[in-house]
Design a protein around this ligand. Structure first.
Ligand code: UN1
Length: 509
């Protein structure tokens, strides 16, 4: 089922250049950093990277801009984000092209990523008139007790290759309406997409009269990220990536008593109960496990199936896996694009080999594809693996399409398996039994930040708060009241009584 013809690196370079031109940015020529495409595994452009000196200047500029931006009324700040949303609508295809060229996403998912950006812009514009505090009943006569939400400061955004644009927009659209300014260190694997986002925001700023300096882009490596982590002017560090990265970032930010918002690894599972609608379950599982070539933090990695349906379900999944078209993500027939790198492919193979050693059986996929056509790229058939139990390798997150199937007898056992991993991002149950569904959603059910019924683990809407527990880092971003992490709360007591009344009935003077 492979798509045999891949675009050449020259074609991809031309395509990326054309998108960037229409957006209005030219990549900074240089030799520090290579923009690369996983479609062929080859370099597109040499780019100039930012160093620690640039990071210092960017933080200072963002801090200066913050001092003015915080005094701009929130609905006016919303106008900048509204314009960004309009520009994203106009350049949806251009940004999606860059996402496909740099992250390897299939067309529909790349367009979906830009739609997610448009959605969060709409959400943030509405939010710009709804940064509500509360009034609280005071215990004293003639007093008013209230809380007010104020802008926080500079937000450092550290993002990953797999959502090179949307995760930036969740943070940036919300931070900007909250009155914060942003310094962004994107993944070194997706510099062109970041230049496009920064360029569109710069245009939105110019057209709405907002200061350009509210957003700063740093195309750099670890040294640049470290500056954001350590600088006390960066009030909030919002970091998306591996648990290993989070374990370094979290304590360092905490050591200076800064705030961090961590979105780390997931090892997401779905429980398939006896009453499940199997047609629905199969389609949901294949999208969640093989979509985005298994490279979402919300990717389905574990399937916990009732023993009575394990064999028929596994058979249907293996048949579906066998037909998945792997290849050029620009080809409308393709469902699985390349992995980000051959290193990711090596890790995937290691995981399968370790799993086999731990007693598992590879049922479908796992083989490299298109190696002759693109020897530096990493096309692979998504793997379906049946594991005898939840062994060590099953408890780890491998950022590649490997779905481990486990079986259970009682719901209690299914939930114990489900929660028996260090990560806690996303989870699902497929069932038509309301009691089972409610138990899964209850305090004794799934321990994740996202818990779904009859829908897969990936592809959350922006309206909800996004994030997870345990090794996932505890952060929440995107919709609902996640904006509060980007603001500081002030509690106000106002005495309009003309006399002094102390709280807790204290008398003094
Ligand atoms: C990520 O993989 O880092 O829920 C984010 C989803 C997307 C976001 C994933 N809306 O799959």
């Amino acid at each position: 089922a492979d798509q045999p013809v891949l675009p050449s690196t020259d074609e991809l370079r031309a395509r990326a250049r054309a998108s960037l031109e229409r957006i209005g940015v030219s990549p900074p020529d240089g030799a520090d950093l290579a923009a690369r495409t996983p479609l062929t595994g080859e370099d597109l452009f040499g780019l100039a990277a930012s160093g620690p000196g640039d990071a210092e200047r960017a933080i200072e500029a963002a801090h200066e801009a913050f001092l003015a931006w915080r005094a701009t009324p929130a609905p006016k700040r919303g106008e900048l984000v509204r314009r960004l949303g309009e520009l994203l609508r106009a350049h949806k295809e251009d940004v999606a092209d860059l996402v496909t060229v740099e992250a390897g996403k299939i067309r529909s998912e790349a367009l979906g990523e830009v739609q997610e950006m448009i959605d969060i812009c709409d959400f943030a514009v509405g939010l710009s008139r709804q940064l509500y505090g509360r009034t609280i009943a005071s215990e004293r006569p003639g007093h008013r007790l209230a809380e007010t939400w104020h802008p926080l400061g500079v937000v450092g955004v550290i993002s990953a290759f797999n959502f090179p644009a949307a995760v930036w927009s969740w943070n940036t659209a919300v931070a900007l309406v909250c009155g914060d300014t942003v310094v962004w260190k994107p993944s070194e694997l997706t510099p062109l997409t970041s230049l496009a986002c920064d360029g569109l925001l710069a245009r939105a700023a110019a057209e709405t009269g907002a200061p350009r300096a509210v957003h700063q882009l740093l195309l750099g490596g670890r040294d640049v990220g470290e500056r954001l982590v350590d600088d006390p002017r960066v009030a909030l560090v919002s970091a998306t990536g591996s648990t290993r990265m989070g374990r370094e970032v979290g304590p360092r930010v905490a050591a200076r008593l800064g705030r961090s918002l961590l979105e780390l690894g997931g090892n997401n599972a779905a429980v398939v109960a006896p009453s499940a609608d199997l047609d629905l379950a199969v389609r949901s599982i294949v999208f969640a496990a093989a979509g985005t070539a298994g490279q979402r933090c919300t990717t389905l990695r574990r399937l916990i199936v009732h023993r009575d349906l394990a064999d028929p379900l596994v058979e249907r999944l293996a048949a579906a896996y066998g037909k998945l078209p792997v290849g050029d993500p620009f080809d409308a027939r393709t469902l699985v694009g390349p992995l980000i790198s051959t290193a990711a492919l090596d890790r995937m193979r290691e995981t399968i080999a370790r799993s086999e050693k731990e007693g598992a059986t590879l049922l479908a996929g796992g083989e490299r594809r298109l190696a002759d056509a693109a020897p530096h790229a990493a096309y692979v058939a998504p793997a379906l693996v049946r594991a005898p139990e939840q062994t060590a390798v099953v408890r780890e997150e491998t950022f590649a399409p490997v779905l481990h199937v486990l079986t259970y007898d009682t719901l209690e056992e299914a939930i114990a398996l489900h929660n028996g991993v260090p990560q806690g991002l996303s989870s699902s149950i497929f069932t038509r039994d309301q009691r089972e569904a409610e138990v899964f959603l209850s305090p004794e059910g799934s321990d994740c930040g996202i818990t779904n019924v009859n829908i897969g683990t990936s592809g959350a809407e922006i309206g909800g708060a996004f994030g997870g527990e345990k090794d996932t880092g505890g952060g929440r971003e995107s919709g609902s009241d996640a904006w509060r992490a980007y603001m500081r709360r002030a509690t106000n007591t106002v005495n309009y009584s003309g006399t002094l009344a102390l709280a807790q009935n204290v008398s003094f003077l």
